[in-house]
Ligand binder design. Structure first.
Ligand code: NAD
Length: 507
């Protein structure tokens, strides 16, 4: 697939910004490369926008605020109804673009578009979702009401692993609540965001309500410190999430910052082993392990360990790794960049040095029609001890660690020792064990007999500990609370408070 149209104009290589309804070339001298990870070759150049360019984008968004804030909420919602139709119509081509720049398989990319559509569908309900409360006659002639007021310019800073879906966790809700939005997508995968900008415009979103600026720390810092920015939503790794949260808050902004993860999947000896293996494989190796909800540490309890490792290794060996930029039967694609691949390889070396046993080594994988691609086959470490790096760190690739423990108690204790708290899962047929786990596991998203407790549009993404910084989570009703300010109005109207023409009496 070639990259054309709004994404990168024909005959050029540079991704543009989207400002005030126009695609605009950046003049920044600093640039990065966007790769097709399936073959390891650059496909476009992304500008690292300057602070002055960011200032221009924020001012364009701010200029759109008064008219958008005063646009009836049902009209704001109608833009999203039209966007849903456009996303449905273009889902296949959007998915191909995601696969091109990210490396997901086509099915995974289509799945991520579908999850994004669910967020837009949720935003279609904004008139009902933002109804306030009223209490008539709270005192004599006094009524009390609350309503949701927009904030002003909201910003989204997003990671590489879901280039189309994660912006949709934020922008539709922020915008239907009456706020203009500025997106700073990952500089590794900026093309999908440009397609989204084009689709918002086609859906009839007024100029300036959705904007895109590209770049790295310079652009991000300019957003976090800009006096016109009111709220910052972030999704990315834990150290950057902490930095974004602290900097935003120091500059008087609201912030919700989702970080990284090390999701533990507990497998009890009574679990349906075939189902657990299938789910664990999809969880650990889906999207080549580049998911914040990936099950990256399996905790095998008692007699579950031997069959689990044996069946997992056998089924991982059958996974077909290959190109995803063309039609193929690949079940797993590349990782996003060469640098990311090198990081994974060095973490595998470290795991071996620390004494973990490689039950399956994916380093030798060969994709014959794409020797330059960024490939790592599914890799499984067994006998991983809690103090090992591969037990503690988020590797963010197709590397699954397996720890062996004797009891559920020990497994929950191991789970709760993690500095992260995104997701935790149990596979069991024992209702009491599941119930114990549900209440005592220290993660925000709990799964019972599912590989991934995936975020759902109507519910908040409730990460905790090092996986989330802030108060109000992304998505669901918490997302709406984040992008609005609740106002309370107390009004008193006496019978004699009229201008004099009409006389009303009680009764
Ligand atoms: P990242 O933290 O490197 O980058 C995320 C964003 O921050 C990008 O837009 C990037 O340009 C920007 N950024 C990077 N360094 C910065 C700096 N020094 N100062 C300011 N901004 C900076 O994350 P990534 O590698 O793109 O994405 C993978 C990470 O995202 C993983 O840790 C994964 O777990 C996490 N993630 C979390 C969730 C969640 O909801 N919890 C969802 C998806 C991904």
């Amino acid at each position: 697939m070639s990259v054309t149209a709004s994404v990168v104009p024909t005959g050029r290589t540079s991704v543009r910004m989207f400002v005030g309804g126009e695609f605009v070339e950046s003049t920044s001298a600093r640039r990065g490369q966007v790769y097709n990870p399936s073959i390891g070759e650059p496909i476009a150049e992304v500008p690292f926008c300057t602070a002055a360019e960011v200032d221009g984008v924020v001012k364009a968004a701010h200029a759109a605020f008064p008219a958008w804030r005063d646009t009836p909420v049902v009209e704001r919602a109608r833009v999203m109804f039209r966007l849903v139709a456009l996303l449905e119509k273009n889902a296949e081509s959007i998915a191909r673009l995601i696969s091109l720049e990210h490396g997901k398989t086509h099915e995974e990319s289509v799945g991520s578009v579908r999850r994004g559509i669910e967020m837009v569908e949720f935003a279609c309900g904004i008139p009902t979702l933002t109804m306030g409360d009223t209490l008539h006659n709270i005192a004599v002639d006094v009524d009390c009401e609350t309503y949701f007021h927009p904030l002003g310019v909201c910003v989204g800073i997003t990671p590489f692993n879901f280039p189309f879906m994660v912006p949709l966790w934020m922008a539709p809700i922020a915008m239907t609540c009456g706020n203009p939005f500025v997106l700073k997508p990952s500089e590794k995968v900026p093309l999908s965001a440009m397609r989204l900008a084009e689709l918002f415009a086609e859906a009839g979103l007024p100029a300036g309500v959705f904007n895109v600026v590209h770049g790295d720390k310079e652009a991000v810092d300019a957003l976090l410190t800009h006096p016109l920015v009111q709220a910052v939503s972030f999704v990315g790794s834990t150290p950057i999430a902490r930095y974004i949260y602290e900097t935003s808050v120091q500059h008087g902004k609201r912030c919700q910052a989702n970080g990284g993860a090390k999701n533990h999947i507990l497998v009890m000896p009574d679990a349906d082993m075939d189902k657990a293996v299938g789910a664990l494989q999809a969880s650990a190796f889906g999207c080549s392990g580049q998911r914040c909800m990936a099950g990256s540490l399996a905790v095998a309890i008692g007699a579950a360990a031997d069959p689990l490792v044996e069946k997992l290794s056998a089924s991982a060996a059958r996974l077909k790794v290959g190109r995803t930029d063309v039609k193929s039967d690949a079940q797993m694609g590349p990782v996003v960049t060469r640098q990311h691949l090198e990081g994974l390889l060095s973490n595998i070396d470290r795991g071996v040095k620390e004494g973990a046993k490689l039950a399956r080594d994916g380093r030798a994988v060969k994709v014959s029609d794409a020797p330059g691609g960024f490939y790592l086959g599914p890799t499984i470490f067994d006998h991983v001890a809690p103090e090992m790096h591969v037990s503690q760190a988020e590797l963010f690739g197709p590397v699954l660690s397996v720890s062996r423990v004797s009891t559920l108690e020990e497994a929950i204790e191991l789970t709760n020792r993690s500095p992260f708290g995104n997701g935790a899962v149990i596979y069991t047929r024992d209702g009491h064990a599941a119930r114990e786990f549900k209440h005592r596991a220290g993660a925000g998203m709990i799964g019972i007999n599912v590989g991934v407790p995936a975020p759902m549009a109507m519910f908040p993404f409730t990460g905790v500990k090092g996986s989330f910084f802030g108060d109000l989570h992304i998505q669901g009703k918490e997302g709406i609370a984040f992008y609005t300010q609740q106002r309370m109005i107390l009004s008193r109207w006496h019978p004699d408070s009229h201008a004099g023409e009409f006389v009303t009496t009680r009764g």
